[in-house]
Write a protein that binds this ligand. Structure first.
Ligand SMILES: [Zn+2]
Length: 101
């Protein structure tokens, strides 16, 4: 997983290309992510009680994590992710500023 929950990402493909958002859920098995406010799909919600109206809500749909780039929290640039191992701990590093992120 190059990206994980809580990361800010730049969308690089699809209808939301160029927008940014925060990952609210990562699905490692499917290599998919859900990004806040991105790739919204309309969903009809059934009324829970009698007398209530059903409504349409927009919720983020899963998208391929290959369609996003991580925004480095240190330098603020959209970057690729590298790894550096130090004392048996694998750290993610920003390819632009080389800091651990
Ligand atoms: Zn950086």
């Amino acid at each position: 997983m190059k990206v994980k929950k809580g990361d800010n990402v730049l969308i690089t493909a699809g209808k939301d290309k160029g927008r940014t958002g925060k990952i609210i859920k990562a699905l490692p098995k499917e290599l998919k992510i859900l990004v806040e406010g991105i790739n919204l799909k309309k969903k009809h919600v059934r009324p829970k009680r009698e007398g209530e109206k059903g409504q349409v809500v927009e919720i983020p749909a899963a998208m391929d994590m290959s369609n996003v780039k991580l925004i480095c929290p240190k330098c603020g640039k959209a970057t690729r992710v590298g790894y550096a191992t130090e004392k048996d701990i694998k750290n993610r590093i920003c390819k632009k500023c080389k800091q651990i992120i």
